[in-house]
Design a protein. Structure first.
Length: 144
């Protein structure tokens, strides 16, 4: 049964992406590297404050760019609560693929039926668990 069909037919229940796959990948980096990244972020923040105080806009732009790139990398590498994600992890790949497919389908629906698209966008929650949680009770008629 497709994920979106499952979610609508069993609203308010949660579907764990791990039900599809259950293998492990390798961590993107270890705890020591995570601490080093945290230290680097703190150093960059201090350097940014210094550059702002000196009105060194050229240096400020370079530091802010480096900071933004590091934040972008870490937000892709760390999950909720700072847990280190794993590369090649089929569960992570499935989570990402399912989220993308659901969001893509909702965008297509929204182009034809904006009200339905907005409803689905607000009611479907994605992540390691996916669920359909409408703000009011609805009865759906679905095809088998």
């Amino acid at each position: 049964m497709p994920v979106n069909h499952h979610l609508v037919r069993r609203h308010r229940s949660r579907l764990h992406i791990g039900n599809v796959v259950n293998e492990k990948g390798e961590k993107l980096f270890d705890a020591k590297a995570k601490k080093q990244y945290e230290k680097k972020l703190m150093e960059l923040q201090a350097d940014i404050r210094e550059a702002e105080q000196r009105n060194d806009f050229s240096q400020l732009e370079q530091l802010q760019d480096e900071y933004d790139k590091l934040i972008e990398y870490l937000s892709q590498s760390l999950g909720i609560r700072g847990k280190i994600r794993e590369s090649g992890n089929p569960v992570e790949k499935a989570r990402s693929a399912v989220t993308w497919r659901i969001r893509s389908a909702i965008a297509r629906i929204e182009s034809y039926h904006p009200q339905l698209g907005a409803h689905l966008s607000n009611a479907i929650k994605t992540g390691s668990f996916c669920s359909y949680q409408p703000d009011r009770e609805l009865t759906w008629l679905t095809c088998q």
